[in-house]
Every structure is written in structure tokens, then in C-alpha cells.
Design a protein around this ligand. Structure first.
Ligand code: GLN
Length: 536
């Protein structure tokens, strides 16, 4: 089958859930047996979001081959169960960088380099790469930003050209918003009409409209939108608020969005019926869970839940598979003190100490970890959280009061966390960390090995500092064991205190590897321990 290209654009306002819609479309097509991939175009000039503050852009996701990426890639993986790689994430910065490198090499043979055709051609090359080189049946490209933004213009021009070139093999889904004006008690379609007009001005006629709404849209509204926007009535679907994002593919399927896509791209939709059995099972378990498990997340970006998206989703997934609903308590680490730690943590069944960078909030993490360790509370330390576990243990058990990470105190005498050897000469901070998937060998008999059920695992990393192996023996003698390491370098990847119920820290990020159909084993084990603890 020829590759079909689906573009997903958004209008009216941002935050409508384009990523979830793109991921849902991918899920529906996958469930019919097609080979599908989803990519995200981000219109900002940063090369990748790695240097962005999470308050700006939420969590930074990491592909298996070590690209730092938008958090939407996390949705794509959670929905499709397919690991993303560098081609799935493209920014304007990277497009420009490639074009400028070519210009310096002289590849343009004396031509004036311009947005059209050179930038647009580079965008098109990134879209078509998946079809041509990797043979996908469907390539779904989500265009970041909102129609009307100056920054998205080159992307929309590339979409216009591709639609012209690809004909029936190309489809545009536009996501808009239908507000409810409570004073008039009316749903308003005007913003949708204007947004579609804006697209039409740019030469793009959307084929399918997804209307985001908080209230049910009746037939009349859909027919009106279809009429004003030149789309067929069955191609107007609503995306109504649902309790869980994982219900969105089911809602889309109820409205036959997958059939409409197949029909419009000339694929016989009666041929491959979709199979969503395991997805449905998950959603039912999630919905039917009545009991709860209370987990605290200690971090410094807690005001913005998107900053810990993969962590909260991994918790939701593993709680659902244990027939529980997770109740999250977001705890600002900068506000934790010796005096209030009991009050902040004592009602929890388990606690996660979050990843992060820099000094702010780490003292609160040390206090929380001391409390969790001394009170034998199930605890998972992720990346900086794991490093803080080691530092707290060195200070309060080994007795090195000044123990620290050289990231926080460069001159510390007890550098239990230190810069990795290969990082010592790195000058630029962008994209130079230990990034992507690495092998890890677990120690037989450890809690982590029991959790994974195997000894050889692969997980994703994003850090510059590491556990200082010079201290390994001392830690182990005092009861904190190094139970996972990289087989080539010997870098310590996992620590645990076996004498406690569940106290594990990972230098890697298991949260990036947790999907609806494959919840991460470490999160599953952590949630089980927290549930056990809730019965105390
Ligand atoms: N700041 C730490 C490091 O660079 C931890 C990074 C993280 O938590 N992702 O090693």
C-alpha cells in the first residue's frame, strides 16, 4: 500500500489535545493492523526542548536513540506501544540548522536560500522520510502551535504543497474549540469557522474536523459546521471531555473516525477490522477501580503537572492494572522542612522523588528521603531523586555530613555523585548529556530484578552526573546496594536498600518506558508495595 500522510493541525486556542488526538488516530489505525508512526513538528527555534525550563514546556521526553523531545512523543508511545526515535521529533531550530549547514557546504550551488522553497523542502523531506525510507502505511504529522501563528507558516505551506503533490494519499485533520457561553446557554461554532477560514486562506482545506467541547454537540451543530467549513457531515467529530485520556481512542472510534480516514484516503475499511480488546480491558479496569493508592511526588516543578507527565501516566497505568485509582499529592520540594515533613508525607502510601537539575529544592528532597527511609515508606528515586537518595544515605548513615553531588557543591570533599568522566570536557550544555536507551544488568536476588523478572534490561537516561563508584563498597557495607549497572562502563544505574520494604533509586527514567499495554515493571512493583503499605 502507498504511504498515506495525515496532518494534524490546531486552531482557536492551544492546549486542545492535538497530541492525544494524533496518538488516538495512530492507535485506531494500528488496531487495524497498519504500520503507523507519529511525528511532532515544533515551531520554536530551540534545537530541542532539552535546554527549556519545564515551566515553559512541560516534561522533556527522550527517544531511545537519545533525542530530547516534546512530551507529546510520550503520548505517542503510551498509546501505540512503539518506541520513538529521532525522526519523530523535529523543531524549526533543527530544520534551520540543517539548511544552514547545507548552505555552508555549498550544496545550494549559488542560489539564494529562502523559506520557500528551502525551509519548506526540508520540512517535506522530514515528513516523507518515514514513507520512503521506512515504509510506513500511515505517517501522522502533528504540527505544533495554532493556525495563525507566524511561526507555523512554513509548516502549513509545506502541508499545502504536500496535499497538492500527494492527492488522495494525504489528509488534513483540524482540531478546533467550540466554547459554551453560559450566559446565553449556547455552544458557539464561530471560532471554528474562523479557524477553518484561516487555513483556507493558506490554501489548505481540512478534510476532517475534530471539535473539542465540554458539552455534547448535537447533529444540528455538526451539520452547520460541515456546511460552513466545506467538510462532509460524517467528517465532523466531537472530542468531548472524558475522565481519562485513554478513553479518547474509543470515543473517536464510536464516531467512526478511523473509517472516515480510511475511506478518504482510498483504503478499503471493511478489510481490516479493528481489535481494541486489550485497550478496552485497560480502560475498564481504570474506570471500575474504586479503591485508591496515594502517591506523593516530591519535585520542584509541581505547580505544572505536565512537568512530570510520564511519571504521572506511568502511575495511572500501573495503578489501573492493580485495580486502584492513583491519588497524586504534588509536593513542592523547596517547601519541605524538618518541621513539616511528617505532616506532608505521613498520609502517603508511597513517595516518588522526581528528576531535576540544579540546587533549588534539593534540601527538601534530602529531608523527604530521610523521613521515607526512617519510616520505611515505599520510595522510588528517579535520576536526581536517586542521586539524592545516595547523598542522604552518605550524610545520615555513613556520617559524611558534607556529602553531595558536584552539581550542587563543586568543592565537596565527599562527592558521592560526580560528573561522568566523558562529561568533564563538555562545554555546550545542549544535547550533550548521557541520553537515550542503555543496557543495564541487574543483580540476581534484588528487588529490582524481581520487579523486572529478568536481569538484562534497557532503559532511557538523561543525566550528566553519576554515582561515584569509589564509594560503592562503603555504601554496600552499610546496607545500600548497587543492584544495577551498565555492563560496558560499570556505571551504577540502580541502588536499593534490601532491608526496607521497597526503597529503590534509578539513574535512568523508567517512566519513559511505560505504556498502556506494557506498564513499566518497576512502577508496577512500586505501586504493589505502596498498596501493601496502604493496608498497614
Ligand atoms: N541533574 C542530574 C544530572 O545531570 C540529574 C538529571 C535528571 O534528573 N534528569 O545528572
Amino acid at each position: 500500500m502507498e504511504t498515506k500522510y495525515i496532518f494534524v493541525t490546531g486552531g482557536v486556542v492551544s492546549s486542545l489535545g492535538k497530541g492525544i488526538i494524533s496518538a488516538s488516530v495512530a492507535k485506531l489505525l494500528l488496531s487495524r493492523g497498519y504500520k503507523v508512526t507519529v511525528q511532532k513538528f515544533d515551531p520554536y527555534i530551540n534545537i530541542d526542548p532539552g535546554t527549556l525550563n519545564p515551566y515553559e514546556h512541560g516534561e522533556c521526553y527522550v527517544t531511545i536513540d537519545g533525542r530530547q523531545a516534546d512530551l507529546d512523543l510520550g503520548h505517542y508511545e503510551r498509546f501505540t506501544n512503539i518506541k520513538t526515535t529521532r525522526g519523530n521529533t523535529v523543531t524549526s531550530g533543527r530544520i534551520y540548522q540543517t539548511v544552514l549547514d547545507k548552505e555552508r557546504r555549498g550544496d545550494y550551488m549559488g542560489k539564494t536560500v529562502q523559506v520557500i522553497p528551502h525551509i519548506t523542502d526540508e520540512i517535506k523531506r522530514n515528513v516523507k522520510h518515514f514513507g520512503k525510507k521506512e515504509g510506513y502505511d500511515f505517517v501522522i504529522s502533528e504540527i505544533g502551535g495554532t493556525v495563525g501563528d507566524m511561526e507555523s507558516l512554513p509548516y502549513l505551506e509545506a502541508v499545502r504543497q504536500l496535499r497538492w503533490e500527494l492527492g488522495k494519499n494525504c489528509l488534513c485533520i483540524h482540531l478546533t474549540y467550540v466554547p459554551f457561553i453560559s450566559a446565553a446557554k449556547e455552544l458557539k461554532t464561530k471560532p471554528t469557522q474562523h479557524s477553518v477560514q484561516k487555513l483556507q486562506e493558506l490554501g489548505i482545506q481540512p478534510d476532517i474536523l475534530v471539535l473539542r467541547t465540554e458539552h455534547n454537540l448535537d447533529e444540528d451543530i455538526r451539520r452547520k459546521v460541515a456546511l460552513f467549513c466545506n467538510v462532509s457531515p460524517e467528517a465532523v467529530v466531537q472530542s468531548i471531555d472524558v475522565p481519562s485520556i485513554y478513553e479518547v481512542p474509543l470515543k473517536m472510534q464510536e464516531q467512526k473516525l478511523d473509517e472516515t480516514i480510511l475511506q478518504k484516503t482510498g483504503v478499503d475499511y471493511s478489510k481490516n477490522p479493528s481489535d481494541l480488546t486489550s485497550w478496552n480491558d485497560f480502560v475498564n479496569r481504570f474506570k471500575n477501580a474504586t479503591e485508591t493508592v496515594k502517591i506523593g511526588i516530591v519535585g520542584k516543578y509541581v505547580e505544572l503537572q505536565d512537568a512530570y507527565k510520564s511519571i504521572t501516566e506511568a502511575l495511572t497505568q500501573s495503578a489501573a492494572y492493580n485495580d486502584r485509582k492513583v491519588v497524586l499529592k504534588m509536593i513542592q520540594s523547596a517547601n519541605i522542612t524538618e518541621a513539616n515533613v511528617e505532616e506532608q508525607l505521613s498520609d502517603l502510601d508511597g513517595v516518588i522523588v522526581a528528576p531535576g537539575f540544579g540546587q533549588r529544592g534539593v534540601d527538601g528532597k534530602f529531608i523527604a528521603l530521610k523521613y521515607a527511609r526512617e519510616n520505611d515508606m515505599p520510595t522510588l528515586g528517579l535520576c536526581l531523586g536517586m542521586q539524592c537518595m545516595a547523598i542522604e544515605f552518605a550524610r545520615n548513615v555513613l556520617g559524611y555530613k558534607d556529602a553531595n553531588s558536584t552539581e550542587i557543591e563543586i568543592n565537596t570533599k565527599h562527592n558521592v555523585i560526580d560528573l561522568m568522566e566523558e562529561q568533564k570536557n563538555v562545554l555546550n550544555i545542549g544535547g550533550t548529556m548521557r541520553l537515550g536507551e542503555y543496557d543495564c544488568k541487574l543483580k540476581e536476588g534484588s528487588k529490582v530484578a524481581a520487579a523486572y523478572g529478568v536481569l538484562d534490561i534497557k532503559e532511557r537516561h538523561r543525566h550528566r552526573f553519576e554515582f561515584n563508584s569509589a564509594y560503592r563498597n562503603e555504601f554496600e557495607k552499610a546496607g545500600m546496594m548497587c543492584v544495577g549497572e551498565n555492563p560496558e562502563s560499570g556505571l551504577v544505574d540502580v541502588i536499593e536498600i534490601p532491608s526496607l520494604k521497597w526503597y529503590v533509586g534509578t539513574q535512568y527514567h523508567p517512566e519513559y518506558n511505560s505504556t498502556v499495554l506494557n506498564p513499566n515493571p518497576l512502577f508496577m512493583s512500586f505501586i504493589k508495595a505502596a498498596i501493601e503499605n496502604s493496608k498497614r
